[in-house]
Write a protein that binds this ligand. Structure first.
Ligand code: NAD
Length: 365
């Protein structure tokens, strides 16, 4: 049995995960994979039901799975009241730590059909295809912090150990070997000691991967280069905070949050989720774009189950739907005909149909 735990979460989470699960079930049927789905609570939904954003029962289910598919967490009541002590996002931070998910993987790719939706010029974007490896459980977000001088001075510390850098760099080198063998390691080694160690280790490890071209880049330059010439990047390796900022900036390359998948992996379980949040402004209206979550399911197939062909077919099915002109509201332009602007359920159905057509064709060939 291939066990997958589904954490639908809050807001649009249940609406978009529904379609990713449908796609996985269909892949399971067509390729004869024994997927087994189990459901757990996280975020606001879990707080409402149990008082805890990550109940023990959910964690146990995830720990006994090969992969976790997550919608999103978050609810406006917490965003409007920072003093609330129990918060949905604590569930996310805890699950990352508990499952040892130290690498966040984010593919950023431009769908040619949507190139006009980006705020960047088409000639700069066309062909851009970047794979980010962001360290997720260390660095300044997890370092010592506090206040001194009666609260008038605050500090956060950034710390990385050799072990932490080596394990994520290994994943990035392996990722680069499967692609164009070009790795940008992004740091701030001209200023930060933790970055100097980071650079030293990546440099040492490059001896093990002589085919991979390693380029060290300072984070400020990387931010500029991503916007100026995104096509120069293939694989990008970076720390937690730099990665947080760079991947959000890079998300604009694709034009919409509704299309960006992500994977968080460690050594055992993988967690797959769209980059977007719970979008409470559109929850329950059947307008959310489920494609980011469907593409996260494709990453799940590829990374957790090594089902490359299946993953490829899902990505191509999404592409087919876009090529046919169908759009959800977030990626529709003024020129899109009204009849082509579909709701969450309708676009999910289109992806399933496109998948069926593709798989039937490949059987005939
Ligand atoms: P968001 O990503 O939820 O929404 C930003 C904007 O993008 C909104 O206008 C929303 O309608 C739109 N959008 C997002 N996903 C979409 C989709 N699939 N289809 C169509 N439109 C989509 O970010 P936010 O508004 O800053 O945060 C809302 C809540 O989500 C907050 O509580 C926040 O804490 C939480 N959040 C959770 C995660 C996560 O679970 N990983 C990530 C980011 C934000």
């Amino acid at each position: 049995m291939h066990k997958i735990t589904v954490l639908q979460g809050d807001g649009i989470g249940p609406e978009v995960t529904k379609w990713a699960v449908e796609v996985l079930k269909y892949i399971g049927e067509r390729f004869d994979h024994p997927f087994e789905f189990d459901y757990g609570l996280i975020g606001h939904a879990a707080i409402e039901a149990t008082g805890d954003p990550l109940p023990e029962d959910t964690l146990v289910k995830c720990q006994s799975s090969k992969a976790v598919l997550l919608g999103a967490v978050g609810h406006p009541m917490y965003d409007n009241d920072p003093s609330l002590k129990v918060r949905p996002e604590q569930g996310l931070l805890r699950i990352r730590k508990a499952l040892g998910l130290y690498t966040n993987i984010r593919p950023i790719k431009i769908f040619d059909e949507l190139i006009e939706a980006s705020s960047l010029k088409p000639e700069i974007l066309s062909g851009a295809d970047i794979l980010f490896f962001r360290e997720l459980t260390g660095g300044i977000y997890f370092g010592e912090r506090g206040r001194k001088d009666d609260g008038h001075t605050a500090f956060d510390t950034k710390q990385y150990s050799r072990y932490e850098v080596e394990r994520i760099a290994e994943k990035a080198f392996q990722g680069a070997m499967k692609r164009d063998k070009k790795l940008h390691s992004v740091d701030k080694a001209n200023v930060l000691e933790s970055s100097r160690l980071w650079r030293e280790i990546v440099q040492e490890m490059s001896a093990k991967y002589p085919e991979v071209e390693v380029i060290h880049m300072f984070v400020d330059n990387a931010a500029m280069q991503l916007i100026k010439n995104p096509k120069q990047f293939d694989v990008v390796l970076t720390g937690n905070m730099f990665g947080d900022i760079l991947t959000d900036a890079a998300s604009q390359i694709s034009g919409s949050l509704g299309l960006l998948p992500s994977a968080s992996v460690g050594d055992v379980v993988g967690l797959f989720e769209p980059v977007h949040g719970s979008a409470p402004d559109i929850a329950g209206q059947n307008v959310a774009n489920p494609m980011a979550t469907i593409l996260s399911a494709a990453l799940l197939l590829d990374i957790s189950f090594d089902m490359k062909e299946e993953a490829e077919q899902v990505i191509k099915a999404v592409d087919d739907v876009l090529l046919a002109g169908f759009r959800t509201r977030d990626i529709a332009s003024e020129e899109t005909a009204k009849s082509l602007v579909l709701g969450t359920n309708e676009i999910g159905q289109e992806v399933l149909q496109a998948l069926e057509v593709r798989l039937n064709q490949s059987v005939v060939i």
